[in-house]
Design a protein around this ligand. Structure first.
Ligand SMILES: Cc1ncc(COP(=O)(O)O)c(C=O)c1O
Length: 390
Protein backbone atom coordinates (compact mmCIF):
# COMPACT_ATOMS: atom_id res chain seq x y z
CA UNK A 1 0.00 0.00 0.00
CA UNK A 2 3.04 2.30 0.40
CA UNK A 3 3.05 3.11 -3.31
CA UNK A 4 -0.64 4.14 -3.08
CA UNK A 5 0.07 6.42 -0.11
CA UNK A 6 3.07 7.96 -1.90
CA UNK A 7 1.20 8.60 -5.15
CA UNK A 8 -1.81 10.02 -3.35
CA UNK A 9 0.33 12.28 -1.14
CA UNK A 10 2.21 13.51 -4.21
CA UNK A 11 -0.65 14.16 -6.60
CA UNK A 12 -3.73 15.02 -4.55
CA UNK A 13 -4.28 18.16 -2.47
CA UNK A 14 -3.60 17.88 1.22
CA UNK A 15 -7.22 18.45 2.23
CA UNK A 16 -7.67 15.12 4.02
CA UNK A 17 -5.82 13.62 6.98
CA UNK A 18 -6.10 10.00 5.92
CA UNK A 19 -5.77 6.74 7.81
CA UNK A 20 -2.89 4.64 6.51
CA UNK A 21 -5.05 2.24 4.56
CA UNK A 22 -6.50 1.83 1.07
CA UNK A 23 -9.44 -0.49 0.49
CA UNK A 24 -9.59 -2.81 -2.45
CA UNK A 25 -13.11 -4.16 -2.04
CA UNK A 26 -16.09 -4.36 0.29
CA UNK A 27 -18.86 -6.83 1.05
CA UNK A 28 -21.72 -6.28 3.47
CA UNK A 29 -20.43 -4.81 6.73
CA UNK A 30 -16.76 -5.35 5.84
CA UNK A 31 -14.02 -3.60 3.91
CA UNK A 32 -10.85 -5.35 2.75
CA UNK A 33 -7.57 -3.48 2.35
CA UNK A 34 -4.93 -3.99 -0.31
CA UNK A 35 -2.74 -5.70 2.27
CA UNK A 36 -5.48 -8.24 2.98
CA UNK A 37 -6.84 -6.95 6.30
CA UNK A 38 -10.54 -7.02 7.10
CA UNK A 39 -12.30 -4.04 8.72
CA UNK A 40 -15.75 -3.90 10.31
CA UNK A 41 -17.29 -0.71 8.93
CA UNK A 42 -19.08 1.37 11.58
CA UNK A 43 -18.78 4.61 9.64
CA UNK A 44 -20.26 3.69 6.24
CA UNK A 45 -18.26 6.28 4.31
CA UNK A 46 -19.66 8.88 6.74
CA UNK A 47 -23.29 7.79 6.58
CA UNK A 48 -23.28 7.03 2.85
CA UNK A 49 -23.17 3.24 2.39
CA UNK A 50 -26.55 2.61 3.98
CA UNK A 51 -26.76 -0.87 2.40
CA UNK A 52 -23.17 -1.71 3.25
CA UNK A 53 -20.81 -2.69 0.45
CA UNK A 54 -21.63 -4.40 -2.86
CA UNK A 55 -25.27 -4.91 -1.90
CA UNK A 56 -27.17 -6.87 -4.56
CA UNK A 57 -29.82 -4.13 -4.94
CA UNK A 58 -27.15 -1.53 -5.70
CA UNK A 59 -25.00 -3.75 -7.89
CA UNK A 60 -27.88 -4.97 -10.02
CA UNK A 61 -29.35 -1.45 -10.38
CA UNK A 62 -25.95 -0.17 -11.52
CA UNK A 63 -25.62 -2.99 -14.03
CA UNK A 64 -29.14 -2.63 -15.37
CA UNK A 65 -29.12 1.12 -15.89
CA UNK A 66 -25.50 1.45 -17.06
CA UNK A 67 -26.30 -0.85 -19.97
CA UNK A 68 -29.22 1.39 -21.00
CA UNK A 69 -28.41 5.06 -20.40
CA UNK A 70 -26.09 7.03 -18.11
CA UNK A 71 -26.61 10.68 -18.83
CA UNK A 72 -28.67 12.92 -21.03
CA UNK A 73 -29.40 16.42 -19.80
CA UNK A 74 -32.15 18.20 -17.94
CA UNK A 75 -33.05 19.70 -21.30
CA UNK A 76 -35.04 16.47 -21.75
CA UNK A 77 -37.55 14.57 -19.63
CA UNK A 78 -35.89 11.86 -17.52
CA UNK A 79 -38.16 8.95 -16.56
CA UNK A 80 -35.89 7.66 -13.78
CA UNK A 81 -35.70 11.13 -12.19
CA UNK A 82 -39.49 11.54 -12.33
CA UNK A 83 -39.98 8.11 -10.69
CA UNK A 84 -37.58 9.00 -7.88
CA UNK A 85 -39.15 12.45 -7.37
CA UNK A 86 -42.60 10.83 -7.09
CA UNK A 87 -41.39 8.31 -4.50
CA UNK A 88 -39.65 10.98 -2.41
CA UNK A 89 -42.68 13.27 -2.52
CA UNK A 90 -45.06 10.44 -1.54
CA UNK A 91 -42.97 9.71 1.54
CA UNK A 92 -42.24 13.27 2.70
CA UNK A 93 -43.97 16.50 3.68
CA UNK A 94 -42.96 18.08 0.37
CA UNK A 95 -44.39 18.25 -3.15
CA UNK A 96 -41.50 18.78 -5.55
CA UNK A 97 -37.86 17.76 -5.94
CA UNK A 98 -34.73 19.30 -7.40
CA UNK A 99 -31.69 17.08 -8.01
CA UNK A 100 -28.02 17.93 -7.68
CA UNK A 101 -24.85 16.06 -6.74
CA UNK A 102 -23.86 16.58 -3.10
CA UNK A 103 -25.00 17.80 0.29
CA UNK A 104 -23.38 21.22 -0.04
CA UNK A 105 -25.10 21.74 -3.38
CA UNK A 106 -28.44 20.70 -1.91
CA UNK A 107 -28.09 23.24 0.90
CA UNK A 108 -26.84 25.89 -1.51
CA UNK A 109 -30.00 25.27 -3.54
CA UNK A 110 -32.16 25.43 -0.42
CA UNK A 111 -30.56 28.78 0.46
CA UNK A 112 -31.39 30.11 -2.99
CA UNK A 113 -34.99 28.90 -2.74
CA UNK A 114 -35.41 30.46 0.73
CA UNK A 115 -33.94 33.78 -0.41
CA UNK A 116 -36.11 33.82 -3.53
CA UNK A 117 -39.21 32.98 -1.49
CA UNK A 118 -38.42 35.85 0.89
CA UNK A 119 -37.40 38.39 -1.74
CA UNK A 120 -40.88 39.86 -2.29
CA UNK A 121 -41.37 40.20 1.45
CA UNK A 122 -37.99 41.87 2.03
CA UNK A 123 -36.79 38.85 4.02
CA UNK A 124 -33.34 37.35 3.49
CA UNK A 125 -31.76 36.50 6.85
CA UNK A 126 -30.99 32.86 7.48
CA UNK A 127 -30.57 31.26 10.89
CA UNK A 128 -28.78 28.02 11.67
CA UNK A 129 -27.42 26.49 14.85
CA UNK A 130 -24.09 26.80 16.56
CA UNK A 131 -22.11 23.62 15.96
CA UNK A 132 -24.09 22.82 12.83
CA UNK A 133 -22.48 21.62 9.61
CA UNK A 134 -24.03 22.31 6.22
CA UNK A 135 -21.24 22.07 3.64
CA UNK A 136 -18.07 23.59 2.24
CA UNK A 137 -19.15 26.03 -0.48
CA UNK A 138 -18.85 29.69 0.46
CA UNK A 139 -22.56 30.09 1.22
CA UNK A 140 -22.93 26.76 3.03
CA UNK A 141 -19.83 27.60 5.08
CA UNK A 142 -21.58 30.84 6.04
CA UNK A 143 -24.55 28.66 7.04
CA UNK A 144 -22.32 26.33 9.08
CA UNK A 145 -22.20 27.44 12.71
CA UNK A 146 -18.55 26.58 13.35
CA UNK A 147 -15.82 29.16 12.83
CA UNK A 148 -13.09 26.51 12.42
CA UNK A 149 -14.40 25.67 8.95
CA UNK A 150 -14.68 29.33 7.95
CA UNK A 151 -11.24 30.67 8.88
CA UNK A 152 -9.39 32.14 5.93
CA UNK A 153 -12.25 31.85 3.46
CA UNK A 154 -14.07 35.12 4.07
CA UNK A 155 -15.65 37.46 3.35
CA UNK A 156 -18.87 35.51 3.38
CA UNK A 157 -22.28 36.49 2.02
CA UNK A 158 -24.28 38.57 4.48
CA UNK A 159 -27.41 37.69 6.37
CA UNK A 160 -26.44 34.62 8.42
CA UNK A 161 -26.70 34.21 12.18
CA UNK A 162 -26.33 31.30 14.61
CA UNK A 163 -28.61 30.15 17.40
CA UNK A 164 -27.66 28.16 20.52
CA UNK A 165 -28.82 24.59 19.97
CA UNK A 166 -31.87 23.69 22.10
CA UNK A 167 -32.24 27.30 23.32
CA UNK A 168 -35.61 28.77 22.29
CA UNK A 169 -34.97 32.12 23.96
CA UNK A 170 -31.79 32.59 21.92
CA UNK A 171 -33.73 31.65 18.78
CA UNK A 172 -36.39 34.33 19.38
CA UNK A 173 -33.66 36.87 20.12
CA UNK A 174 -31.96 36.20 16.79
CA UNK A 175 -35.15 36.45 14.69
CA UNK A 176 -36.21 39.78 13.24
CA UNK A 177 -38.61 40.89 10.50
CA UNK A 178 -35.96 40.14 7.86
CA UNK A 179 -35.54 36.50 8.91
CA UNK A 180 -36.71 34.15 6.19
CA UNK A 181 -35.67 30.67 7.36
CA UNK A 182 -34.04 28.46 9.92
CA UNK A 183 -31.95 25.44 8.89
CA UNK A 184 -32.23 22.53 11.32
CA UNK A 185 -30.08 19.43 11.80
CA UNK A 186 -32.07 17.23 14.22
CA UNK A 187 -28.97 15.29 15.11
CA UNK A 188 -25.87 17.38 14.62
CA UNK A 189 -23.48 15.00 12.88
CA UNK A 190 -20.18 16.77 12.29
CA UNK A 191 -20.87 18.92 15.36
CA UNK A 192 -20.58 15.93 17.72
CA UNK A 193 -23.80 13.85 17.62
CA UNK A 194 -26.04 16.27 19.52
CA UNK A 195 -29.74 15.38 19.46
CA UNK A 196 -32.31 18.20 19.31
CA UNK A 197 -34.91 18.27 22.10
CA UNK A 198 -38.47 17.58 20.96
CA UNK A 199 -40.03 20.46 22.92
CA UNK A 200 -37.50 22.89 21.50
CA UNK A 201 -38.11 21.82 17.90
CA UNK A 202 -41.89 22.02 18.36
CA UNK A 203 -41.61 25.59 19.61
CA UNK A 204 -39.28 26.65 16.79
CA UNK A 205 -41.60 25.03 14.24
CA UNK A 206 -44.72 26.73 15.66
CA UNK A 207 -42.86 30.04 15.69
CA UNK A 208 -41.92 29.64 12.02
CA UNK A 209 -45.52 28.86 11.07
CA UNK A 210 -46.80 31.89 12.99
CA UNK A 211 -44.17 34.27 11.63
CA UNK A 212 -44.01 33.48 7.94
CA UNK A 213 -40.61 31.78 8.17
CA UNK A 214 -39.46 28.64 6.37
CA UNK A 215 -38.59 25.58 8.43
CA UNK A 216 -35.76 23.95 6.48
CA UNK A 217 -34.33 20.60 7.52
CA UNK A 218 -30.91 19.29 6.60
CA UNK A 219 -31.39 15.51 6.48
CA UNK A 220 -28.20 14.94 4.53
CA UNK A 221 -26.74 12.79 7.30
CA UNK A 222 -29.86 11.91 9.30
CA UNK A 223 -32.15 10.97 6.39
CA UNK A 224 -32.69 7.71 4.49
CA UNK A 225 -33.67 5.67 7.54
CA UNK A 226 -30.55 6.31 9.59
CA UNK A 227 -32.36 7.49 12.71
CA UNK A 228 -34.96 4.72 12.61
CA UNK A 229 -37.44 6.76 10.58
CA UNK A 230 -37.11 7.55 6.87
CA UNK A 231 -36.46 11.17 7.90
CA UNK A 232 -35.41 12.36 11.34
CA UNK A 233 -38.13 15.05 11.29
CA UNK A 234 -40.72 12.27 11.71
CA UNK A 235 -39.55 11.85 15.32
CA UNK A 236 -40.53 15.47 15.98
CA UNK A 237 -44.02 15.71 14.49
CA UNK A 238 -43.16 18.61 12.16
CA UNK A 239 -43.74 19.14 8.43
CA UNK A 240 -40.71 20.84 6.89
CA UNK A 241 -41.08 23.36 4.08
CA UNK A 242 -37.76 22.28 2.58
CA UNK A 243 -35.74 19.07 3.06
CA UNK A 244 -32.17 18.55 1.86
CA UNK A 245 -30.76 15.07 1.22
CA UNK A 246 -27.50 13.55 -0.02
CA UNK A 247 -25.07 10.96 1.42
CA UNK A 248 -27.14 7.76 1.69
CA UNK A 249 -29.70 8.61 -1.00
CA UNK A 250 -28.00 6.51 -3.69
CA UNK A 251 -26.04 4.32 -1.22
CA UNK A 252 -22.64 5.33 -2.59
CA UNK A 253 -23.24 7.19 -5.83
CA UNK A 254 -23.13 10.99 -5.63
CA UNK A 255 -26.52 12.68 -5.46
CA UNK A 256 -28.10 15.62 -3.65
CA UNK A 257 -31.81 16.40 -3.45
CA UNK A 258 -33.89 19.35 -2.34
CA UNK A 259 -37.55 18.72 -1.61
CA UNK A 260 -39.92 21.64 -1.13
CA UNK A 261 -43.60 22.30 -0.54
CA UNK A 262 -45.58 23.46 -3.57
CA UNK A 263 -45.81 27.17 -2.66
CA UNK A 264 -42.11 27.30 -1.82
CA UNK A 265 -40.90 25.33 -4.85
CA UNK A 266 -43.15 27.56 -6.95
CA UNK A 267 -40.80 30.55 -6.64
CA UNK A 268 -38.20 28.73 -8.76
CA UNK A 269 -39.12 29.32 -12.37
CA UNK A 270 -37.40 28.38 -15.63
CA UNK A 271 -33.71 29.20 -15.56
CA UNK A 272 -33.59 30.07 -11.84
CA UNK A 273 -31.37 27.08 -11.03
CA UNK A 274 -29.84 24.06 -12.71
CA UNK A 275 -27.28 21.28 -12.61
CA UNK A 276 -25.62 19.45 -15.49
CA UNK A 277 -25.44 16.07 -13.78
CA UNK A 278 -28.30 16.51 -11.29
CA UNK A 279 -30.72 13.58 -11.34
CA UNK A 280 -29.31 11.88 -14.40
CA UNK A 281 -30.86 8.53 -15.42
CA UNK A 282 -28.06 6.47 -13.92
CA UNK A 283 -27.93 7.92 -10.39
CA UNK A 284 -31.70 8.43 -10.26
CA UNK A 285 -32.38 4.79 -11.13
CA UNK A 286 -29.98 3.53 -8.46
CA UNK A 287 -31.41 5.94 -5.87
CA UNK A 288 -34.95 4.82 -6.77
CA UNK A 289 -34.05 1.16 -6.28
CA UNK A 290 -32.29 1.95 -2.99
CA UNK A 291 -35.21 3.99 -1.65
CA UNK A 292 -37.70 1.36 -2.74
CA UNK A 293 -35.70 -1.29 -0.92
CA UNK A 294 -35.30 0.84 2.21
CA UNK A 295 -39.05 1.47 2.31
CA UNK A 296 -40.18 -2.11 1.66
CA UNK A 297 -37.64 -4.35 3.36
CA UNK A 298 -38.22 -3.46 7.01
CA UNK A 299 -34.76 -1.88 7.08
CA UNK A 300 -35.92 1.29 8.82
CA UNK A 301 -37.43 -0.63 11.75
CA UNK A 302 -34.31 -2.75 11.80
CA UNK A 303 -32.15 0.41 11.99
CA UNK A 304 -34.24 1.64 14.92
CA UNK A 305 -33.96 -1.66 16.81
CA UNK A 306 -30.26 -2.19 16.21
CA UNK A 307 -29.65 1.52 16.89
CA UNK A 308 -31.31 1.22 20.32
CA UNK A 309 -29.29 -1.92 20.96
CA UNK A 310 -26.08 -0.07 20.07
CA UNK A 311 -26.94 2.97 22.18
CA UNK A 312 -27.86 0.89 25.22
CA UNK A 313 -24.86 -1.40 24.75
CA UNK A 314 -22.47 1.55 24.64
CA UNK A 315 -24.14 3.23 27.61
CA UNK A 316 -23.72 0.06 29.63
CA UNK A 317 -20.14 -0.54 28.47
CA UNK A 318 -19.04 2.98 29.42
CA UNK A 319 -21.12 3.57 32.57
CA UNK A 320 -18.16 3.11 34.91
CA UNK A 321 -15.61 4.86 32.71
CA UNK A 322 -14.17 8.10 34.10
CA UNK A 323 -13.18 9.09 30.54
CA UNK A 324 -16.67 9.22 29.04
CA UNK A 325 -19.05 12.15 29.54
CA UNK A 326 -22.09 10.57 27.87
CA UNK A 327 -23.41 8.40 25.06
CA UNK A 328 -26.05 10.05 22.89
CA UNK A 329 -27.80 9.21 19.66
CA UNK A 330 -30.86 8.49 17.59
CA UNK A 331 -31.13 5.23 15.64
CA UNK A 332 -27.85 4.47 13.95
CA UNK A 333 -26.34 7.91 14.62
CA UNK A 334 -24.55 7.38 17.89
CA UNK A 335 -21.77 9.31 19.64
CA UNK A 336 -19.58 8.66 22.65
CA UNK A 337 -18.62 12.03 24.11
CA UNK A 338 -15.32 12.10 26.02
CA UNK A 339 -14.30 14.47 28.80
CA UNK A 340 -10.87 14.94 27.27
CA UNK A 341 -10.53 15.61 23.54
CA UNK A 342 -7.18 13.78 23.39
CA UNK A 343 -8.99 10.50 24.04
CA UNK A 344 -10.95 10.71 20.80
CA UNK A 345 -8.02 10.26 18.39
CA UNK A 346 -6.53 7.64 20.66
CA UNK A 347 -9.69 5.51 20.68
CA UNK A 348 -10.46 5.97 16.97
CA UNK A 349 -6.91 4.87 16.15
CA UNK A 350 -7.03 1.93 18.53
CA UNK A 351 -10.32 0.80 16.98
CA UNK A 352 -8.69 1.07 13.55
CA UNK A 353 -5.76 -1.08 14.69
CA UNK A 354 -8.33 -3.60 15.94
CA UNK A 355 -10.06 -3.69 12.54
CA UNK A 356 -13.02 -1.47 13.47
CA UNK A 357 -13.78 1.74 11.55
CA UNK A 358 -15.38 4.54 13.58
CA UNK A 359 -15.11 8.30 13.16
CA UNK A 360 -14.62 11.54 14.99
CA UNK A 361 -17.31 14.20 15.33
CA UNK A 362 -16.78 17.63 16.84
CA UNK A 363 -13.89 17.93 19.30
CA UNK A 364 -14.73 15.24 21.80
CA UNK A 365 -16.96 12.65 20.20
CA UNK A 366 -16.38 9.24 18.66
CA UNK A 367 -19.18 8.60 16.22
CA UNK A 368 -20.68 5.34 15.08
CA UNK A 369 -22.83 5.34 11.96
CA UNK A 370 -22.82 1.82 10.54
CA UNK A 371 -24.71 0.74 7.42
CA UNK A 372 -28.41 0.11 8.11
CA UNK A 373 -27.87 -3.60 7.43
CA UNK A 374 -25.79 -3.93 10.63
CA UNK A 375 -26.72 -6.88 12.85
CA UNK A 376 -26.66 -7.24 16.62
CA UNK A 377 -23.63 -9.56 16.39
CA UNK A 378 -21.61 -6.71 14.80
CA UNK A 379 -22.77 -4.39 17.55
CA UNK A 380 -21.66 -6.91 20.19
CA UNK A 381 -18.17 -6.92 18.70
CA UNK A 382 -17.92 -3.14 18.71
CA UNK A 383 -19.42 -2.69 22.17
CA UNK A 384 -16.99 -5.29 23.46
CA UNK A 385 -14.11 -3.26 22.00
CA UNK A 386 -15.25 -0.14 23.89
CA UNK A 387 -15.85 -2.13 27.07
CA UNK A 388 -12.29 -3.42 26.96
CA UNK A 389 -10.74 -0.08 26.02
CA UNK A 390 -12.55 2.47 28.19
C1 LIG B 1 -25.69 17.60 7.84
C2 LIG B 1 -24.78 17.78 6.66
N1 LIG B 1 -25.06 18.72 5.75
C3 LIG B 1 -24.29 18.90 4.67
C4 LIG B 1 -23.16 18.14 4.45
C5 LIG B 1 -22.32 18.37 3.23
O1 LIG B 1 -22.45 17.31 2.35
P1 LIG B 1 -21.39 17.07 1.17
O2 LIG B 1 -20.10 16.67 1.80
O3 LIG B 1 -22.00 15.98 0.33
O4 LIG B 1 -21.28 18.35 0.42
C6 LIG B 1 -22.81 17.17 5.38
C7 LIG B 1 -21.59 16.35 5.21
O5 LIG B 1 -21.03 15.83 6.15
C8 LIG B 1 -23.65 16.98 6.51
O6 LIG B 1 -23.38 16.04 7.44
Amino acid sequence: MDSIFKKSDTYTMNTYKRFKVAFERGRGMYLYSYDGRKYLDFLAGIAVNILGHSHDVVVSAIKEQSEKLLHVSNLYYIKEQADLAELLVKHSSCDRAFFCNSGAEANETALKIARKWGSDKGKYKILSFKNSFHGRTIATLALTGQTKYQEGFGPFPEGFDYVEFNNFEDFTKKVDDKTVAIFVEFVQGEGGINVAEKGFIEKVYEFCKANDMLFVVDEIQSGMGRTGRLFAYEHYGVEPDIITLAKGIAAGLPMGVVLAKEDVAGVMGFGSHGSTFGGNPFVSFVAYKVLNFVLNSGLIDHARQVGDYLLNGLKDATKDSDKVENVEGLGLMVGIKFKDKQMVDEIVNRAFENGILVGKAGERTVRLEPPLIVEKAHVDEVVDFFRRNL
